[in-house]
Write a protein that binds this ligand. Sequence first.
Ligand SMILES: [Zn+2]
Length: 303
Amino acid sequence: MVRTLGALCVLLALTACKANDTAQTTTSTSVMSSQSSNDTRVAKEVFGHIPTPSNGASEAIGSYARGCQSGAMELPENGQTWQAMRLSRNRNWGQPQLVSFVEDLSAFAATQPGWDGLYIGDMSQPRGGPMLTGHASHQIGLDVDIWMLPPSRLDLSEAERESLSSITMQRANGAYTNNDWSPQHEAILRRAAEDPRVARIFVFAGAKFEMCKNAAGNRDWLRKIRPWWGHHYHFHVRLNCPAGDESCQDQAPIPAGDGCEDAEKWVNDILNPPPPSGQPPAPPRGPLRMNDLPDQCAAVAGR
Ligand SMILES: [Zn+2]
């Protein structure tokens, strides 16, 4: 359905992922454009204004921070155990696997004391691709932001879903969790991490540090919980490429181990920032152009 992207979006960027939330994304050049090499349109200007999904088979095309999606499904605005938030953004679209994942995780969340389910933030645009505001990733219909705010009701009006804000879980610049962090948060993140569809979960370092302290029994699931900047109003779940989707590029595998030492290093670096490395900052990257995306994305945008 068509929605207007109004000025509200800018005002309500509070819960959007930091634009750098996918610096860990590995981008392969193997599917870089050839046929559309002359198409230098700014990709977010193309994909940011398309209000409907494309026809055709569901496919995640390219990589999380450089791609698009065809045959996307809309996450219904209201479900038994979720509500999609910020409907004006029209970002409640994803691959069918992502929609099922949200349904399943929210059903689990609803079993937790104090949680009616989940408030769902940005997924992808109807045809994926770069967005006009926020997010380096969320381009191929396999990323979702989930609010940290425990839903106490699931009958929010459209206007309330624009005005309500999530809450932060962090203290000391993200080195630690605050008093709003709960065993329920840990149970929901653990459930997500144990889901074989899930590749990675990005959350602030203090949350991972806390989960490392509290984890009982098998600790394998902790690997998928990745400390990252921001991500204290929401956590970000990234799914693996769906089986058989040959246009989709997975990220490099996560290093072995539970990653708890790494989380501790993050915490220490937040508390006692190391001196600057002396490396010159990377040159700024211009916006992605259509010919930076896989060839198929030009067709997806045009269908
Ligand atoms: Zn995100």
